[in-house]
Design a protein around this ligand. Sequence first.
Ligand SMILES: Cc1ncc(COP(=O)(O)O)c(C=O)c1O
Ligand SMILES: [Zn+2]
Length: 406
Amino acid sequence: MKYQLRCKKCGKVINDFATWFQQDQKCECGSDYAEVEYLELPPFPPQGQATDSFQDYYFDFLPLTHRENVVSFGEGMVAIERWQHLEAAAKAMGIDCEVYVCRNDQNRGSGTFKDISAAMAASVLKEQGVKEYCLASTGNAGTAFATYLAKAGIAFTQFAPSFIDADSVETIRRVGQKVVVSTGGYGDAKAEAAGFHKNHHVLISGGNTDPLRIESKRTLVFECLRQMGCLPTVYMQAVAGGTSPLAFEKGFRDLCEMMPGGDYQLPRMMLVQQDECDPMVTAWEKATAAGFPEGWEQQYEAKKDMHTRIGILTAANPGNYPLVAPLVKRTEGTFIRVKESELPQYGRTMLKEQNVLLGPASMVCYAGYYEALRQGHIHNGDKVLLNTGEGCDRSKWFNEEVRGKD
Ligand SMILES: Cc1ncc(COP(=O)(O)O)c(C=O)c1O
Ligand SMILES: [Zn+2]
């Protein structure tokens, strides 16, 4: 056996994904948070030319047993580009740093950083003979899972909040999968998905700590080494649930195990939210003001009266904060708020300087970089990585606001 899972709560070993799925993705202790452990990791990095599929190139470092089960459209090996205009903005403030942008919009499945998770899930589910799957999602994850599971021949139902964009619904239906649009918000869609899972015994995606998502997304650490030659000192991302920062940390631990004496350091995690849905930033500000008292990470509130237009960044109730915030603190990072109303302006800057327009969730990360600069969080010598998650294809409203209607 190549891998096993271990419960993060009680430490019990779960043999493999077959057992994990049989146990309804839970440990016997009831916890749904388990991590993949590799029994024997081969030498790192892999030998030979990189391919366009992360599951192909990093196969030996993923919880898949047979290569023929890989489901891929070409994802996870996207360019990590150096964006000079972001470095120039720092320079104008007297800071010398390198700034890299991970172009997840170039993933060929659905053009978001959910493609890696969906590809890994499709492969493992195929390997385990699973025939049906479901998920609650605000858009990007649902579109990605629908696309990859269709390729694997696995039936899929997405439960979406009322505000899901029409293009995502169309994409999901076009690939022959189902989408159930709730009359309520994301919380309602999640409850409907949980009901479907229970009543119809259909496997459901395990949320932010799902080992399939974590294992796939952690390969960004490997890609940083391959493309940048080192790890970044600052990691930035628009945060909703916080899967990706947790995955980066898991990848970092695996790397340290594979390359003892490698002297690697986790980057300072700087996670960004737009002011219209910023429950993690608010909780963090309160903790900072109170001097991080005992149990601070449990103190958070759901955002009320949400008016954000960024459908995929609408996690009003930040249930993952108790896991993500301590990681941010441990790395001496921070949470950053940006103004949603200013994002089109940032879009125009990106277009002018880079001739690229990313989607609004990516723009939250991009604007967060400028805000981090202003707040003095970026230092001389930093290597900043912006993990941007999506292109602009399915966000017509944003495209129009940036470019004008005609
Ligand atoms: C483009 C984009 N950026 C950021 C996020 C937030 O990701 P995470 O779940 O890692 O917080 C998502 C997912 O919801 C996304 O699709
Ligand atoms: Zn357990």
